[in-house]
Design a protein around this ligand. Sequence first.
Ligand code: FES
Ligand code: FE2
Length: 413
Amino acid sequence: MTAIDTEQLRTLMDMESQRNRPPSGFPSLPPVPSRRYSDPAFYEQEQQQVFRRSWLLAAHIDELPEPGSFLRWDIAEPPVVLVHASDGTIHALINRCSHRGAPVVMPATGSRPRLTCPYHGWSYAHDGELIAIASDRDFGAIDKANLGLPALRCERLGALIFVNFDSQAPSLEASLGSLIDEWAEFDLQNCRLSRRDRFTIKSNWKIAMEANMEVYHVPMVHRKTVAAALDANRNVNTFYPGGHGRMVAPIPQSHQGGAWKTSWPEIKSAGEIARTCTLSYNVFPNLVMPLNQYVVPPIQFWPNGTDECIVETWTLAPDWRNHRESGPDMWTENNGEKPSLVLREDIEMSEAIQKAMADTGERGIPLSYQEARIYYWHQWADALIGLDNIEPALRVADVIGNEWVHPNEPRLA
Ligand code: FES
Ligand SMILES: [Fe+2]
């Protein structure tokens, strides 16, 4: 049932709890240049070379459930509209009319037999093909075949819809690699969308995201909330090809089956690790994917300038409607009024860091073995941007080699 190697993880947890230094042979991590969090040129490189070339989670099928339904997706530039075509395919189209650039779809969501531009009435099929021009007698010979809405790569993992701006990118399946097998037990095909919310954070997007890529901060920042529910000392980090990472930290016996969750229906096929540990993946570039037997609650971090970002929180869960009226909500209070307390603890810290980091100049950020998933992310970002394109003072050295990347496991050698 599960592709997560439970036995190996248990051994690694013991090893992590017993070691008094980083594992033998693990590279020491050079400081990460602070200006990677503030430099406008580096920000632009992230936008162009990282975000425009990676798979980005854009929607859940429940948001466009039937042929004809559409959903605007404006969080990544340029603006996109996702459309459910009659053959079941989801198309991701640039939402910009080929005539004079009006958004072809104005409402956030809805359903239409064809997409008709509200400016002069050009209309497009669900796959973006231009099918009719209003008063076309005035245009003379015009090549309709070349005036469709450009389509982006759009692929699905279960109910989740991903978009990639790069027509040459490897498939979503190839990009996620073995994560797909490890997630099979969570039945992503049948998880419904219970909530999706957005909140603004006054910090660089990586500062906010990186709080979700290590458990080192948990005993401090979350002392009064979740610290006791996670044995940070036994945490196991794993690196995956593609810049992805995973953490698994056991939940102490005293905190298993927390009462706040038990009224939610279960993902029956979820395995032992999901039921007894905090399990979370970071999916390159901007997605954090915790998974347990009750919910799959992705969190995404979207850059909005060098010093602001948007966190997008999702809760996916097995169909709850036989159990209670409102669906599970992992991340917000009062139906999206504000982020949950645990998330607010991280946001508060991220915003404080943003202010404090304003004048660190050339000083680098020293990262520990426990924070190495962060370093590994930066290595991958530089590989995508191309080292030669990055100002030398901002580069990150390639020190975490393939021998440390799944399925290799030198800690057990
Ligand atoms: S801008 Fe769309 S029809 Fe003119
Ligand atoms: Fe946190």
